[in-house]
Write a protein that binds this ligand. Sequence first.
Ligand code: SAH
Length: 346
Amino acid sequence: MQHLYNFRMSELEQWFSTLGQPKFRAKQVFEWLYQKRVSSIDEMTNLPKALRQQLKEASALTTSRELTHQVSKVDGTVKFLLGWPDHVTVETVLMPHDYGNSVCVSTQVGCKMGCTFCASTLGGMIRQMTAGEMVEQLLYSQRMLDEKEQRVSSVVLMGSGEPMDNFDEAMKFIDIINDPNGLNIGQRHITISTVGLVPGIIRLADDGRPITLAVSLHAANDELRSSMMPVNKAYPIAKLMDACRYYVEKTGRRISFEYALVGGKNDSLEHARQLARVLKGLPSHVNLIPVNYVPERNYTRTGQDEIQAFLEELRRLGVNATIRREMGHDISAACGQLRAEHAGLV
Ligand code: SAH
C-alpha cells in the first residue's frame, strides 16, 4: 500500500507514470490532498472512475486516528495525540499566536537522545515517523483551523524525536508542505530543532533550503552540557559551534539557540556569561525557556526574578535573547507527557 501523503509531487508523478497515468493527474491529486483536503479518494471527482478505483486498491490517505485532544483554556493551544495501526502514538501541538498559527510536529516515536530533562526520551526511540505521518499531524491541525477559515502559518519540528536523526524524512516532509500546489507553507516559516547532531547541521548548511535552524544548547560548558545531554560527549560544544559557524557562513542565516533554565543547574549569572562567550560573534538569537516540569524527572524551575536577571546579563553582554512565552501550560505541559500519560490507550 502506498501512503499518498508520503509523496513529493515529483514522486507522485513518477508513481503515476508507472500506473500509466499522465503527469497532470499528480497535480490534481496533490490539490485534492492539500488544498481541498478531502478525506477519501472517492471525493477526487475530476479523476476518471477507473483511476479512483486503482488508487483505492493501491494507496491510503489518513493512516492515523486521534486518540485524545486537549484545548488550553488560557491561550487556546491544542494538543492532540495520534495513534497508528502498529500501536505507536505521537503528540502534536497547535499554537495560536497574534501573528498566526504554528504547529509543533513530532519526527520520531520517542527519542534516543537521552536528555535528562525531557519526557520524550523516557522509553527510548520506538521508530521513525515517515514524512507522510508528519504530514498527517499537520493536516489534522489545518482541518481544525479550516473551521475558523485560518491556516497554519508556521511549522516547528520540535515535538518528540530528533529530526536530524531522521533527516531524509524530515526534509521530505518540508518539501511536501512547502509545495505551492499543496499547503504552500514558506520555508522561512519552518524551523528544525536539533539536539546538536553536527553531521546534520553540516548537511543542512550544504543543502540550501532556507529554513530556520534551532539548536538546543541548554548549557555552555562541556561538563554541564554532557550531564544534561549525552549527545554532548559525541559532539562537544567546540565542535557544535564550528558546525554552527559553518552553517551561518553557508546560509547567511542566524541560528536560534534554545536554553531551558533548570533551577540551580544552568541558571546562574556565571552560566549566562559562559553562554555569551560561546555565542560571541555568531549571528544568533537565544530563547530562554523556563523548564517544563516532568514528573519522572527530578528538578526545579528557575524563579521569575532569576530568569529576568539571566536575560539581562545576556543582553548586557550583547546577546540577542528573549524569554519564550509558555503555551498551554494547563494541558500536560512538557513534550512527551501526553503520550506518557496515555501509554495504555492503543
Ligand atoms: N530533538 C530536538 C527537537 C525536539 S525537543 C531538540 O532537541 O531540539 C524540542 C525542545 O524542547 C528542545 O529544545 C528540548 O531541549 C526542549 N525540551 C525538552 N524537554 C523540555 C522540558 N522539560 N522543558 C523545557 N524544554 C524542554
